[in-house]
Design a protein. Sequence first.
Length: 293
Amino acid sequence: MRKKFFIISFVLLIAIILYQMINLNIQNGDVEEVGSESFVLQEKTVDKSLSTIYEDEYADDAFKSVYELSNLKNHEVYRYNDTIYIDLYFDEKVSRLEISNSRTYVMKLFVTKSEMKITRIPYVLETLHNDMSWKNVRLNIFVNDTILLQEKFANIEDWLKGNLIIDYYENSEIELPSRIINDKSFDNFYRYIKFRFWGIDNVVFEKSYKGNFLFIKLKGNKQYNNKKIIKIKELIESKLITDLTIDFKEKPEGFDKSGIVLQIYDENNKYYEMTYIFDNEKGWTEDHWLNVN
């Protein structure tokens, strides 16, 4: 009797283990990979004690009056070797205009140096003007100490020859009012996705600060397997892309590509991402959206 009980218990244990393995495969193993490896922010730690730190007592007022950076909370400009760093710290109320103006400020003052002699511009200092030999520029924009955007410029001495190298990073996982958008062309897709996928609690639409990508964030409390994700992508093609206005499909000036970035979250943890490109060979790509252009 004891032997029989042992055999039954052993069989039940094996069955439970097999069930958990199969269930794990459904929940995780059958989820299509994020596509390409997530874009990695290349952040090199800079020892500020070995850097040249610039100070401008009039910069606060100048940033607000000249560049309309009303939500700017702090700023730092420093040089380490051949690179100038500009760190701008905003709160969550940062606007799209402030992001655009920050990038313009850095481009004109530190990259092309076309505004280096305009005294009302922040950080137009004699110490900077006397030594403009830097070769690289890095703009870091933070929101509450979390990196939101990074733009790196190399070979700036050859920018007139068209040899300027620009690397761009944007943290798409931060939700900010300035990036969230609503449009009537989203309504049809929103109704279908909520009806077909009950596990999705919230749908967030955002537009990248560069303006060439629309983010669709699906948030819920479960992970969908690959078959379900294929259905979601089909809904995007049939119920969203066909309804989008021309404003979302047109490529902004200066861009080769534009498209949609699908991100799916489980309890605020992103487990899936894929990009859809609008062009002659439109479709889903495994390339990370930051590497598309």
